[in-house]
Design a protein around this ligand. Structure first.
Ligand code: HEM
Ligand SMILES: [Cu+2]
Length: 563
């Protein structure tokens, strides 16, 4: 045995290899480097997050009083449609693709993704369909008003009569988003299956890679349904087919099946990688091995499987026959088993650990807590009788914002802080980070908790004006919303100033275990001088065991020299 710490073996910052532009320019080029593409995705997604957040501020401004006074009702329809669409298609998916792009090759010991050029094409489609979506603000009649589901027959109304209208642009953008995400999924799954370093069996692979793979498989089986549905709806709207138009004999409920067959599993495309983030961060900041590593890893695939057979829970109120409601209520509730397993494993990981409460860990703890809350309201909604009662009320809006802000967005912030030193080579400022956390945590709860009582009292969603009895809860929610808006400022300030002038980051600032922490910050072009041979799972905290054969040899050498 040896007492040489494996941290001492981390390399110094390496200079970029000659010929590789280290300047900001490369972020505006058609780069095929997965690390550049990862950052391109993340920054682009964040810009759209700010736009979507701005629209949310306007909505909360409208909702602070019961009357529709700040904006017109049709404008409000466009606001929630574009807010939901931007947040899902322009924030969650691209930012997760960015994180996966950046981390997966590093974590599995590969030099790049399997298809670097396809990777760049998939990314560059994002700003293209983002601009198409935003262009709908400029066409006569404005953006789509049919919500992020675009249910026909509402979505087939075309009040301006123009061929190019907000709904058409929306559908083109969503279809292109599907194409881009399918490209990304093919690439990521292939990379994980084919390009792992020698020795890295699936059961030595970081949980983040497991969850990303489980998520991207959902994209592969689900997205064709959504994309096909969007294109068929586009045909109905623009060339007069009648797949979904009830007036012409089409079936609008068929569209709901196309839509939810993808869009429920999409929740797990969004959440699975965040589960991966929690599984990576808790062991590092609790200095304990991940509890039940194999079970946590495999439960990701159980979630993938189950996620494909629950979509009708969004259609309990769509005239669905009783036996189907029963069936889908049951399948939906079973999802709580593999997710519950993960939560128990995280709690067991941090239990009794010496917690290091830096910004990344605070966001991870906050995100996990709010996920548990969202899980409880989710189980309530899975129950058909409850859902029939609160369907299309603010209870649902509260529930899914706990998922999408409370856990996904908070979890993403945890990841961005944790891997910021790796990505930029700079440390972030803890003070600003903690301020961000406090504002975001208080803001999220103040914004979205009051939506539950409002919903139970019967406040419908997607309305610009409401009965004064709901005013109290809405004032609270609006204050929370504005607080969330403010919370983004310290984050922006922190990221920009740290990147420009932060303290230089060592290779492994958090004393974490994992291949990505064994290369310089930021990693050199093509990541590894020599591809490592993996000999252990990456959660050996407190065990001081080497992760790679190279590390083991160095340790051996060091201990013989000491002796
Ligand atoms: C500052 C933070 C946010 C605020 C204040 C906010 C507020 C709102 C409001 C007021 C609505 C309209 C509810 C209705 O009228 O039915 C809404 C809808 C929605 N929000 Fe958010 N939101 C925020 C963040 C997010 C995030 C981060 C996501 C996703 C990652 C998200 C996803 C959605 C979706 C999918 C809808 C549904 C749109 C629809 O009904 O078609 N929101 N939000
Ligand atoms: Cu669902």
């Amino acid at each position: 045995m040896t007492n040489i710490s494996i941290d001492a073996l981390a390399p110094e910052r390496q200079e970029p290899s000659p010929g590789e532009p280290e300047n900001w320019w490369r972020f505006f080029t058609f780069s095929t480097d997965h690390k550049v593409i990862g950052i391109q995705y993340i920054v682009t997604a964040f810009v759209f997050f700010l736009i979507g957040g701005f629209l949310a501020m306007v909505m909360r401004g409208e909702l602070i009083t019961p009357e529709a006074d700040l904006v017109d009702r049709t404008v409000y329809n466009a606001l929630f449609t574009m807010h939901g669409t931007l947040m899902l298609f322009m924030w969650t998916f691209p930012v997760l693709n960015g994180l996966s792009n950046y981390l997966v090759p590093l974590q599995i010991g590969a030099r790049d993704m399997a298809f670097p050029r396809l990777n760049a094409v998939a990314f560059w489609l994002v700003p293209i369909f983002g601009v198409i979506l935003m262009a709908s603000f400029l066409v006569p009649g404005g953006p789509s008003q049919s919500g992020w589901w675009a249910y026909p027959p509402v979505s087939l109304q075309n009040p301006t009569g123009n061929l190019i209208n907000g709904q058409a642009l929306w559908l083109v953008a969503v279809a292109l988003s599907g194409v881009s995400s399918i490209m990304g999924a093919v690439n990521i799954v292939t990379t994980i299956v084919r390009m792992r370093a020698p020795g890295m069996t699936f059961f030595k692979m970081p949980v983040f890679c497991w969850t990303v793979m489980a998520a991207q498989i959902i994209q592969l089986f689900g997205l064709p349904a959504l994309t096909a549905g969007a294109v068929m709806l586009l045909f109905d709207l623009m060339v007069g087919t009648s797949f979904f138009d009830p007036a012409k004999g089409g079936d609008p409920v068929l569209y709901q099946h196309f839509f939810w067959f993808y869009s429920h599993p999409a929740v797990y495309v969004i959440m699975l990688p965040i589960f991966g983030v929690f599984s990576e961060l808790f062991p590092v900041y609790a200095r304990k091995p991940l509890f039940g590593y194999k079970v946590v890893a495999v439960s990701s695939f159980i979630i993938t499987g189950l996620s494909g057979i629950v979509w009708v829970h969004h259609m309990f109120a769509s005239g669905t026959p009783g036996w189907m409601r029963m069936l889908f209520m049951f399948t939906t509730m079973t999802i709580s088993v593999p997710t519950g397993i993960k939560v128990f494993a995280w709690v067991a990981t941090i239990w009794g650990g010496k917690l290091k409460l830096n910004t990344a860990m605070l966001f991870a703890l906050g995100g996990m807590t709010m996920f548990v809350f969202a899980g409880i309201t989710g189980i309530m909604l899975a129950s058909t009788p409850v859902d029939i009662h609160v369907n299309n009320t603010y209870f649902v809006v509260g529930h899914f914002h706990y998922v999408l802000y409370g856990s996904m967005t908070m979890g993403m912030f945890a990841a961005l802080y944790h891997w910021f030193p790796k990505m930029t080579g700079r440390m972030y400022y803890e003070g600003l980070g903690k301020l961000h956390f406090v504002l975001a945590f208080v803001g999220t709860n103040l914004n979205f908790l009051p939506m539950h009582p409002a919903g139970l009292m019967g406040m419908p969603r997607r309305v610009a004006s409401y009965d004064p009895e709901f005013a109290f809860w809405n004032v609270l929610a609006s204050l929370g919303g504005f607080l969330l808006g403010v919370s983004t400022l310290p984050f922006l300030l922190n990221m920009i100033s740290s990147w420009v002038q932060g303290e230089k980051a060592p290779a492994n600032p958090w004393r974490a275990i994992g291949l990505e922490w064994m290369v310089a910050s930021p990693p050199p072009h093509e990541n590894f001088d020599e591809i490592p041979t993996v000999i252990a799972e990456p959660y050996g905290y407190g065990k001081n065991e080497p992760l790679t054969a190279q590390q083991a040899a160095l340790q051996q050498l060091a201990s013989t020299e000491v002796a």
